[in-house]
Structures are given as structure tokens and as C-alpha cells.
Design a protein around this ligand. Structure first.
Ligand code: MLT
Length: 248
């Protein structure tokens, strides 16, 4: 089994994901927000390229069915219902709603996964559930790619460290796993920070930027390992959670 980590969707080669099982990670904050929304009962999340597209797509729904959501430069888009703070995605705000969602790095990374066999959205808050899904895929013989969304086309420490955690979980009792160099580097980062996600986020450029922009509390939300036991699966242009019996 091959297990590759990719730093940044723009570095994906054409056809690289064909037939693969893929996890997309944007720890700060899009993938954390997506897992939180699903755990709190959102019907689905539709990743879209731009805020204009969010507005356009909303016209296909009854207004009360949807939430217009996302960020630009970390801040909520004017006129939208929700920004990209996982703390906003409470049950009261999202239950039963379709979330039309556009963010700077997270949603473009998801939209770049065409050709993959299965795509999930992973973060620290749904780590265990995501790992269980990837393990089942690996047992079935699939090759796995983990895409780190990064920050404005650049490497992001927190995404790589989270990828390293998944890689380590997948390697357990699997001597046949072949890692690319980025996967090996991710493992080193996860070993370096371990459970100290506070230190990881304090070192990460985006962690510091969020704190400076007044979103320090979001860092705690993004560090809540396994707070959401959801497998967030991206299929047919929307993200939904797999039902509890998915492994059977
Ligand atoms: C993104 O998708 O670029 C991020 O989640 C940015 C953010 O922290 O809002």
C-alpha cells in the first residue's frame, strides 16, 4: 500500500489521485469547522469556489434551508450567516441546514480532489473516525493520499503534523506501507509536537495570525482531539457524515 502526503493542492499532478482514497486536512480552520457542523446536525456542507458562488447557489434553496458561510482573510464575509469559526457552528445554528461554504484554502483543496475514489475531510477533532475510515480503505487494498491544504499556497505546520498523526495510525501493524518523503516528514512533525497542540499552533504562522486577529479561542476548539466522532465524506459535491454502521 502506498501512503502519500501532499503539501498543498496546487502541487498535485494531473491524475495523481485517480482511484485513491483521499483525506483533506485544513486544521485551522476549515476541516475543523466542517466536522463540527456535521457533528451538530448540519444536513450537508457544499464547498464552493468563491463567495459569489455561495450567493448564487443559495438562490436554489429556500432561504431558511441554508446558511451562507465562509471567510476571507480569516474574517466572515459581509452579509453571510456564518464565518469560519468552528465555535459558531452550534446545533442551534446549523441543525438540518445545508451550509454553502467558501474559504481561502480549505474549500479549494477539496475541489481539487477530482478523480479520487473516496474523499474525507480530516482534522484533530475527528481524527479517530477519519483514521478508522482510512484503515478500512487500506485493509481493502486502496492507496491513500493525505492532502494538506496549507496556507495561501504555502506549507502549513499544523496540517502536516495532523497528517503525520494519520500516517502513524495507518502504519501501525502494517509493515507493507510505503511512504513518500512528505509522509515521512509529517511523522517527524507529529512526533515533535505529540499532544502539545498548543505549542504546535503557537509555532504555526496561521495559528499566530488567528490569535492576533482575535480568534485565539478557535485554537482551543481546533485542538479538541476527537471531540466530533464523524467521518466527513465528500461525495457528489457535498460533504455529509457517514452513518454509524458504515464499517459493516
Ligand atoms: C482556509 O480555508 O483558508 C482557512 O480555514 C482559513 C481560516 O482560518 O479561516
Amino acid at each position: 500500500m502506498r501512503l502519500d502526503v501532499v503539501f498543498g493542492a496546487p502541487s498535485l499532478a494531473a491524475g495523481e489521485l485517480a482511484g485513491r482514497v483521499v483525506a483533506v486536512i485544513d486544521v485551522l480552520r476549515a476541516s475543523t469547522t466542517i466536522a463540527t457542523a456535521l457533528a451538530n446536525g448540519a444536513r450537508s456542507i457544499v464547498p464552493l469556489e468563491s463567495s459569489d458562488e455561495v450567493v448564487l447557489r443559495s438562490k436554489q434553496f429556500e432561504r431558511r434551508e441554508v446558511k451562507l458561510a465562509g471567510e476571507r482573510r480569516m474574517l466572515p464575509v459581509p452579509g453571510f450567516d456564518l464565518g469560519n469559526s468552528p465555535r459558531e457552528y452550534t446545533r442551534e445554528a446549523v441543525e438540518g441546514r445545508t451550509i454553502l461554504f467558501s474559504t481561502t484554502n480549505g474549500t479549494p483543496a477539496l475541489l481539487a480532489t477530482q478523480g479520487a475514489r473516496d474523499v474525507i475531510v480530516a482534522s484533530y477533532v475527528n481524527l479517530k473516525a477519519s483514521l478508522a475510515f482510512l484503515r478500512a480503505a487500506a485493509r481493502g487494498g486502496a492507496d491513500v493520499s493525505i492532502i494538506c491544504a496549507g496556507r495561501e499556497r504555502h506549507f502549513a505546520l499544523e496540517d502536516a503534523a495532523c497528517a503525520g498523526r494519520l500516517v502513524r495510525g495507518l502504519m501501525r501493524r502494517r509493515p507493507d506501507v510505503v511512504l513518500n518523503d512528505a509522509a515521512q516528514a509529517s511523522v517527524l512533525l507529529d512526533r515533535r509536537y505529540g499532544e502539545r497542540l498548543d505549542l504546535l499552533f503557537a509555532d504555526a504562522v496561521h495559528g499566530r495570525a488567528l490569535a492576533e486577529a482575535g480568534f485565539a479561542a478557535d485554537l482551543d476548539a481546533c485542538a479538541a482531539v476527537d471531540a466530533c466522532s464523524v467521518v466527513a465524506v465528500y461525495y457528489d459535491r457535498q460533504i455529509t457524515k457517514l452513518g454509524p454502521g458504515w464499517e459493516r
